[in-house]
Design a protein around this ligand. Structure first.
Ligand code: NAD
Length: 285
């Protein structure tokens, strides 16, 4: 039987509606409209699309957003100075630095400059530490979105073997942290570019999270029957967007699977809005 398709668009819409309701309540109770400041350095076309989508989503949920465009040759000092001024600005609740930054910039130093209470992407070491200790301030957007998608399937996560492909700071590592957290209770294996025979690990995965960035890296015959498959990958192949999983054969084997597009992507934005609301709540408490 073909897998159930996990409708990320619909689940993200429900999350955004909840955020909109809570944002309206915050406005009534404390006179605060959550404000996300986005920084876009350079003119990478994909980044422009992502930032535009985030701005639109903010507007739909009743959140305020501003975009700070910087030229591709902006200096490290100028970018840091902008972040510092946004850190100081009491009208700004969340700061988002759109990645990737132009290559001459030091991304780690830039992200470390964002004030931890305004770090709605949850990249700051303080927020990463809190999340690892199981007392998160902000949850990292993509892994948090994946957790919501997993919960939406109704399949228990506790005791399941989750295999994650990818060990990036943005997806793979925090994904593992959320899945092993008390309450989620999965047993987690992380595979990466130096892991031999990834197919063998995938074949044992009750939950498979692919975050590799290689189109259709996970072959259909690697999927364990009745697995839940979460495809984080977004790869442009010609005019098409494809994931990291070979979708059609995986659909035949899995119990549930996310499509690309329309799976994890919309959830990432929904979680960003949720974090911006939380930032505004924390700062106005
Ligand atoms: P990344 O390049 O930082 O990390 C990729 C990971 O894949 C690395 O840890 C690496 O070890 C692993 N890898 C690379 N080649 C491999 C191989 N041959 N075998 C096994 N592992 C290998 O990428 P990322 O930021 O984690 O993103 C991964 C994918 O997810 C990309 O397609 C990206 O566009 C997408 N993404 C989507 C969202 C979303 O909202 N849907 C958010 C973030 C990233």
């Amino acid at each position: 039987m073909a897998a159930r398709i996990i409708d990320g668009k619909l689940i993200a819409e429900q999350c955004r509606e909840l955020t909109a309701t809570k944002a309206a309540q915050l406005k009534t109770s404390r006179g605060v409209v959550p404000h996300l400041a986005a920084i876009l350095a350079g003119d990478d076309p994909a980044s422009q699309v992502y930032v535009r989508n985030k701005e639109r989503a903010c507007a739909k949920a009743g959140l305020h957003s501003t975009l700070h465009r910087l030229p591709a040759d902006v200096s490290q000092q100028e970018l840091i100075a902008l972040i510092q001024s946004l850190n100081q600005d009491p009208s700004v609740n969340g700061i988002l630095v759109q990645l990737p930054l132009p290559r001459h910039l030091n991304t780690t130093q830039v992200l470390d400059t964002v004030h931890p209470l305004k770090d709605v992407d949850a990249f700051h070491p303080e927020n990463v530490g809190l999340m690892l200790q199981g007392r998160p301030r902000f949850l990292p957007c993509t892994p948090a979105g994946v957790m919501q998608l997993l919960h939406s399937t109704g399949t228990p996560i506790a005791g399941k073997h989750a295999v994650i492909i990818g060990r990036s700071d943005i997806v793979g590592k925090p994904m593992a942290a959320l899945l092993i957290q008390k309450g989620a209770d999965a047993t987690v294996t992380i595979c990466h570019s130096r892991t031999p025979d990834i197919a063998a690990f995938c074949r044992q995965a009750d939950i498979l999270v692919a975050a590799v960035g290689i189109p259709e890296f996970v072959r259909g015959d690697w999927i364990k029957p009745d697995a839940v498959v979460i495809d984080v990958g977004i790869n442009r192949v010609g005019e098409r967007l494809v994931g990291d999983v070979e979708y059609a054969p995986a659909l035949e084997k899995a119990a549930a699977i996310t499509p690309v597009p329309g799976g994890v992507g919309p959830m990432t934005i929904a979680m960003l809005l949720q974090n911006t609301l939380k930032a505004a709540e924390l700062q106005s408490a």
